[in-house]
Design a protein around this ligand. Structure first.
Ligand SMILES: C[S@@+](CC[C@H](N)C(=O)[O-])C[C@H]1O[C@@H](n2cnc3c(N)ncnc32)[C@H](O)[C@@H]1O
Length: 241
């Protein structure tokens, strides 16, 4: 491998040596503290959460997934009207989210956002999702809660990468009329509904673009964190059976 290859190649294409080099290269960005959550000890995951919400919707509801990968979630949902958008694999539509939303006119009851894990992309995905959400629908976003600086680092330098999607969680929490919980399962799942008269999504790019994991750690109180039981009680309160 060329000396600087590890900085230009996608992380997935790096071998063990490349991954060691990129970790060393960015070691100066280390932040000493981290969150205690160990997702393997929490026995509910995103599949359980999405299925729980879908129970509140009719079986003919329309589901959209942005970023499908191995279809682990997509194939675990019992409904029929499913659209999955991914430029590489999985789902039903081989496009980037931007290209899909450019021409989409369909409205959805549930939208799962889990494509490119970069803040500005997910901000755009959420604005586009809000525009095609049916009244009373739900939007969820994956990977909102890195537990340490390596998981959050931009560019990617860790297998269990969440990227800086957490910045969109800060924006949702700052937007009047978006009822939002950040559920503490499976690397952090954001779930929201839109109340009548909701404001447009807050844009915190000028404040957050260059912030890193340490900023999230210091400002975690701004987020409406919910354990599984609290999340379920909140979902029930929004959508009684
Ligand atoms: C973490 S995987 C998705 C996992 C899946 N949603 C699940 O819950 O099992 C992320 C996927 O996003 C896709 N992706 C990357 N960039 C994207 C983009 N611009 N638009 C849509 N999907 C994208 C990748 O190809 C990858 O398959």
């Amino acid at each position: 491998m060329n000396d600087a290859d590890f900085l230009t190649k996608p992380f997935e294409d790096l071998d063990g040596e490349g991954r060691r080099k990129i970790a060393q290269h960015f070691q100066s960005n280390a932040y000493p503290k981290g969150f205690k959550w160990n997702w393997k000890d929490v026995h509910h995951n995103r599949v359980a959460l999405v299925n729980y919400v879908l129970r509140k919707l009719p079986m003919d509801c329309a589901y959209l997934e942005i970023g499908c990968g191995g279809n682990d979630l997509f194939d675990a949902l019992p409904i029929s009207d499913k659209t999955g958008v991914d430029p590489v694999k999985g789902g039903t539509v081989r496009l980037t989210s931007d290209d899909f939303f450019d021409t989409n006119s369909k409205k959805f009851d549930f939208i799962w956002i889990d494509g490119l894990h970069e803040y500005t992309q997910v901000h755009r995905d959420l604005i586009n999702a809000l525009a095609c959400l049916k009244p009373g629908g739900w939007i969820a976003l994956h990977d909102l809660m890195p537990t340490n600086w390596k998981q959050e680092h931009m560019p990617r330098m860790h297998l269990g990468w969440t990227g800086d999607v957490w910045k969109v969680a800060m924006e949702i929490a700052a937007t009047q009329g978006l009822d939002f919980r950040l559920v503490l399962i499976d690397h952090g799942v954001g779930l929201l509904q839109v109340d009548p008269g909701a404001e447009p999504l807050a844009d915190m790019e000028s404040e957050l673009l260059n912030e890193r994991f340490g900023w999230l750690y210091e400002n975690i109180d701004r987020l409406p964190l919910a354990e599984w039981d609290e999340a379920v009680a909140w979902i029930d309160s929004r959508a009684p059976s």
